[in-house]
Design a protein around this ligand. Structure first.
Ligand SMILES: Nc1ncnc2c1ncn2[C@@H]1O[C@H](COP(=O)(O)OP(=O)(O)O)[C@@H](O)[C@H]1O
Ligand SMILES: [Mg+2]
Length: 191
């Protein structure tokens, strides 16, 4: 059983490949409704109607190397096994939204896993330096995690303001962010 945080990492990689500069990850755990919702929205290049229709087909990929696409179709199958579903909205040149639901208590629902690890992995990649020059494109993330009526929001644009130019993937910064996320997400899940 694959942890959902790994699916999220995989789906966000699509957004990065689509040249998104802002990626929003929203997780809502509504225990009263017994519903887990995961929504990933990006401002990347989007998909045309034809690709959008085919995007959740396991044999569709615009990749030219490696395996066939599995990311979206696998997540869709995973959601459908848990009385949920996955919807993809996308507009060329505007961006993409992947909306996924699961019955929270479903016996086959994979655990969420470590969102701290997923976020740290994404942050490490978010500002890659190639030699002397820093990539022009950096990716920002908004992470919102809600459990019933408690929520936690992490916005890298806010963090970068405090950092005053120190890269967000500086090792000491990452250590600090990791502790900060861990503390807040543990508190949220306990609430
Ligand atoms: N966020 C996105 N923005 C633009 N295109 C996307 C996005 N997510 C998926 N796609 C398109 O859908 C295809 C299938 O995605 P996926 O199932 O993850 O397989 P893969 O990434 O291995 O190709 C991708 O190759 C890409 O063309
Ligand atoms: Mg993919």
């Amino acid at each position: 059983m694959k942890e959902l945080s790994l699916h999220i990492l995989d789906i966000v990689q699509n957004s990065i490949k689509a040249e998104a500069t802002l990626i929003e990850i929203i997780i809502i755990e509504d225990l009263k409704k017994d519903l887990l919702t995961i929504e990933i929205t990006d401002n990347g290049k989007g998909m045309n109607k034809d690709l959008l229709k085919k995007a959740t087909d396991p044999f569709v990929t615009t990749r030219v190397t490696r395996r066939v696409g599995l990311g979206l179709s696998l997540l869709k199958a995973t959601a459908q096994q848990c009385e949920g579903n996955m919807l993809v909205e996308s507009e060329e040149g505007m961006g993409t939204k992947i909306h996924t639901t699961f019955q929270h208590s479903h016996i086959d629902r994979a655990p969420l896993g470590s969102m701290v690890d997923t976020l740290i992995t994404l942050l490490i990649e978010s500002e890659e330096e190639s030699g002397e020059v820093k990539n022009e494109r950096t990716v920002d993330y908004i992470y919102k995690h809600q459990v019933n009526d408690q929520s936690f929001i992490f916005d890298t644009r806010e963090v970068k303001k405090i950092l005053e130019g120190t890269p967000i993937n500086d090792l000491a910064v990452l250590e600090w962010i990791k502790d900060y996320l861990k503390e807040n997400l543990e508190r949220l899940v306990k609430s």
